[in-house]
Design a protein around this ligand. Structure first.
Ligand SMILES: Cc1cc2nc3c(=O)[nH]c(=O)nc-3n(C[C@H](O)[C@H](O)[C@H](O)COP(=O)(O)OP(=O)(O)OC[C@H]3O[C@@H](n4cnc5c(N)ncnc54)[C@H](O)[C@@H]3O)c2cc1C
Length: 460
């Protein structure tokens, strides 16, 4: 006997639970299925726990720099990793239980635990149960990719998930992958006391950013004693627990990096391989992402895909925005699409990088005539007062239309300050509006209007 609902949601990541709330508030009966931890990646192994750990690492860093601020700490600064983990676990648990409690207490919503698979265009199985609905929403997220490197089967490795169980600082953490996940873990564990080596195949870190932002990030990390191996080709692995060797063919440096622990941070794989997509005729692309249109509808009417599994975003805010798009179209008679949103994200090194819209390289490629404004954080009063002058900010505008094309704030408060640029872009206001805005002193944001008063053609 199948159980009939108005809607079935698979996964309780960043889109599913809020969608359940909207649908049930609209009077629909909803079934939501979770196979593991409520709240998904962000809550349990992603944003929330890592940012809690970044905060502990920042505290250690500031304590070590106490003298710079006239604060004397008698004795050495030590990090108690068990307490770091306990703090992180408590923060994650609060969110996880909050999501579960909300779902279990929701009117017209049944919660199922177990692995869900599509059986047809309208049926989902969870264990022995069969659920039926006219609308099915897939919010299954992704997991850490494990690359096919020679030797990978022989050596123990960590991913963002297993890192959450560590209550020690590894003596030497070797990280493969020089983008967000690798850099955040790299810097925090360096600050916890580990020796850290980051291996990256590309010639620079965070490849999607402009070269000068990548170099500033690189300087930050090497300045804290992190070893970098860029241009690493033909990576292979050997060794055993506690003594792992990454063999790399780099332009410079030794052909082997020996560490005690290995973290893989080379991207994500969508959880779409065991979802019964074929049974429902839902298509995936060559990388496993569910193919959707601008409104997040799959090729099969009545089935949507939201969050990381559709390949249209890889962040909590993009998944949440997916929920808003689907709910707006279905329940509010709006016409919303993914194409309405502007690319935005942050990298949570300390200081963080906040990014909105295009890089200078992307803007150049678009064929527009552009103007660029830049300011080092050494010329930002707030950064000087805080003793945190690493980084720079940068904005790119269209010289003809006066549209803001993109900006990056890599510096203290960069993850927050970027929003004044982002919101001006959403308002479709010319840059002159922000240029003439009076901002509060002393803030990082107050220099964004100033930077816009000093625009110049790009240096080619
Ligand atoms: C280390 C790390 C740090 C990050 N930091 C940030 C950050 O600072 N900011 C940011 O915006 N993003 C960050 N992200 C990315 C962010 O975590 C993800 O983009 C976000 O969680 C994606 O949410 P989602 O809704 O797509 O699905 P997920 O949160 O991945 O949830 C999917 C859920 O579906 C469940 N599920 C899967 N398959 C099935 C099935 N067949 N049956 C039942 N249940 C199933 C899973 O158990 C999971 O609970 C980070 C990611 C990582 C790995």
């Amino acid at each position: 006997m199948s159980k009939q609902y108005d809607a079935i949601i698979i996964g309780t990541g960043q889109a599913g639970p809020t969608l359940a709330k909207r649908l049930s508030s609209a009077g629909m009966s909803v079934a939501i299925v979770e196979r593991h931890l409520f709240g998904g990646t962000c809550v349990n192994t992603g944003c929330i726990p890592t940012k809690a750990m970044v905060a502990s690492a920042y505290a250690a860093h500031v304590a070590r720099r106490g003298r710079d601020y006239g604060v004397i700490i008698d004795g050495s600064v030590r990090v108690d990793m068990k307490s770091v983990k306990a703090r992180k676990d408590a923060i994650s648990e609060r969110s996880r239980t909050g999501v579960e409690k909300m779902l279990r207490g929701m009117e017209r919503c049944d919660v199922y635990t177990g692995h869900a698979r599509l059986r047809s265009t309208r049926e989902v199985t969870v264990g022995d149960e069969v659920l039926t609905a006219e609308r099915i929403f897939l919010n299954v997220g992704g997991r850490a990719s494990v690359p096919k490197m020679p030797g990978i089967e022989q050596v123990p490795f960590l991913t963002n998930t297993s890192m959450m169980q560590l209550d020690i600082a590894p003596p030497h953490l070797v990280i493969i992958g020089g983008s967000y996940v690798g850099l955040e873990f790299g810097q925090m564990f360096r600050r916890f006391g580990s020796e850290v080596t980051i291996i990256e195949m590309a010639p620079r870190l965070v490849q999607r950013e402009d070269g000068e932002i990548s170099s500033a990030i690189q300087d930050l990390l090497t300045g804290e004693g992190i070893h970098l191996r860029l241009n690493a080709r033909c990576i292979s692995l050997s060794g055993r627990a506690g003594a792992i060797v990454a063999h790399v063919d780099c332009q410079d440096g030794s052909p082997a990096v020996e560490g005690t622990h290995l973290l893989l941070a080379v991207g994500r794989t969508p959880n779409t391989d065991d979802l019964g997509l074929d049974a429902a005729g839902v298509t995936r692309d060559e990388r496993g992402y569910i193919v959707v249109n601008d409104r997040l509808e799959t090729h099969v009417p009545g089935i949507w895909a939201l969050g990381d599994c559709n390949g249209k975003g890889a962040f909590t805010h993009t998944s949440y925005n997916d929920f808003e798009i689907v709910a707006g179209n279905l329940l509010d008679k709006e016409s919303r699409g993914v194409s309405d949103r502007i690319q935005a994200y942050a990298l949570y090194t300390d200081p963080p990088l906040g990014r909105a819209g295009m890089t200078e390289t992307e803007a150049q490629k678009s064929g527009r005539t552009i103007l660029v404004g830049k300011r080092p954080m050494t010329r930002v009063g707030r950064a000087i007062e805080k003793g945190e002058t690493t980084g720079l900010m940068k904005v790119v505008v269209d010289a003809t239309s006066k549209e803001i094309l993109g900006a990056a704030v890599f510096g203290t408060g960069g993850d927050e300050a970027i929003h004044c640029v982002l919101d001006t872009m959403y308002a479709k206001a010319p840059y002159t509006v922000l240029q003439r805005a009076m901002h509060i002193h002393p803030t990082v944001s107050e220099l964004i209007p100033t930077m816009l008063q000093e625009l110049a053609p790009p240096v080619s």
